[in-house]
Write a protein that binds this ligand. Structure first.
Ligand code: GTP
Ligand code: MG
Length: 324
């Protein structure tokens, strides 16, 4: 394809659009998630700490969908907390509301593990609750169990909770987790907790690459874009008339300055490097046929014509040099 008819055969502008099917899964993007057995006071805590106003009641599974709240520390730092519905033993196998909500904490950098010091109306052992939740997290994904965790021993305003408090503090410390005795009702211990939590969130955020969330997606889209861009489609429009399409080849033509012989020669050089002549020949295009790209028409001179021209040009250049 060497000879170019300079006047566009017909006007046609614009690049072809790309479409994609993408599957998105909605997940909470909180800095920290309140995780714990039902009725331990997770919603009471988020209500006390933020402007969120979730339903609070003394029966399990009061919270059915996660709530988000913005918490501001007295240092001025703020972070987003999610109040996730209660987990129970077996949640990792889908018991209770567990499975669905465990998925919500997958992307939360910090776990705020809330334990009810009173053991609830069933008289559970708070230390056992603490272990149960941690094994549920581990059973769902080992990585969740090793995620940074702050343990909140809630309802410390209640009488008779000292013994549980001591045992729980010991266990949390042995696990390497910061520990705070708090009360969502009186507010005890919450100020210190919020300052510590804000500091840890800041530290965790600094470790996260801002674009880390979608690298695979972005890369896949870019790869696909490049693949489609480079792909060249050839089809016969009618007898002796061929249509060449593809993002790159179309852009090359659009970008060419048709008043500039060098630009045209450069375009022909690029066609050549893409092996366009050979591809046209393989498709059945014959010397004398017309090749259309967008609104531009080219005369096809047959495969090998370019080589002959190149040789001729080289010869001419060589004789020019000799002449100088
Ligand atoms: N005494 C006392 N009671 C509290 C405290 N925090 C929460 N409660 C009570 O505990 C009960 C459960 O509180 P919620 O905040 O609804 O508990 P939850 O963990 O969100 O419960 P689910 O959403 O069902 O998982 C309510 O009756 C609260 O008033 C606290 O610090 N001290
Ligand atoms: Mg709740």
């Amino acid at each position: 394809m060497t000879s170019v008819r300079r006047a566009p055969a017909f006007a046609e502008k614009g690049e072809p659009a790309l479409d994609h099917w993408i599957e998105l899964e909605m997940k909470l993007m909180a800095d920290a998630a309140l995780v714990g057995m039902p009725s331990v006071g997770k919603s009471s805590l988020i209500a006390r700490l933020s402007a969120a106003r979730p339903k609070i009641a003394d029966y399990p599974f009061t919270t059915l969908v996660p709530n988000l709240g913005v918490v501001r520390a007295k240092t001025g730092a703020s972070f987003v907390v999610a109040d996730v519905p209660g987990l129970i033993e077996g949640a990792s196998e889908g018991r209770g509301l567990g499975h669905e909500f465990l998925r919500h904490i997958e992307r939360t950098a910090l776990i705020l593990h809330v334990v009810d010091l009173t053991g609830g109306y069933e008289g559970r052992d708070p230390l056992e609750d603490y272990r149960t939740i941690n094994s549920e997290l581990a059973a769902y994904a080992q990585e969740l169990a090793s995620r940074p965790q702050i343990v909140l021993a809630n309802k410390c305003d209640m009488p008779g909770t000292e013994d549980a408090l001591g045992r729980l503090r010991e266990a949390a410390q042995a696990d390497g987790h910061p520990f705070f005795a708090v009360s969502a009702v009186t507010g005890e211990g919450l100020e210190d907790f919020v300052v510590a939590c804000a500091a840890q969130v800041a530290e965790l955020r600094s470790r996260i690459e801002p674009t880390a969330i979608l690298p695979d997606f972005n890369e896949a889209v870019e790869r696909e874009r490049q693949r489609r861009d480079r792909a060249v489609q050839i089809r016969m429009e009618s007898r002796g008339i061929w249509r060449v399409s593809g993002g790159l080849v179309e852009r090359m033509v659009v970008q060419t300055d048709w008043d500039n012989d060098e630009a045209i020669a450069y375009l022909q050089h690029r066609f050549d490097r893409m092996g366009l002549d050979a591809k046209l020949a393989a498709a059945g295009c014959q010397a004398g046929d017309e090749v259309r790209i967008l609104g531009f028409a080219f005369d096809y001179e047959g495969e090998g014509a370019q080589d002959a021209y190149d040789e001729l040009e080289e010869e001419l250049a060589a004789s020019d040099e000799e002449g100088e």
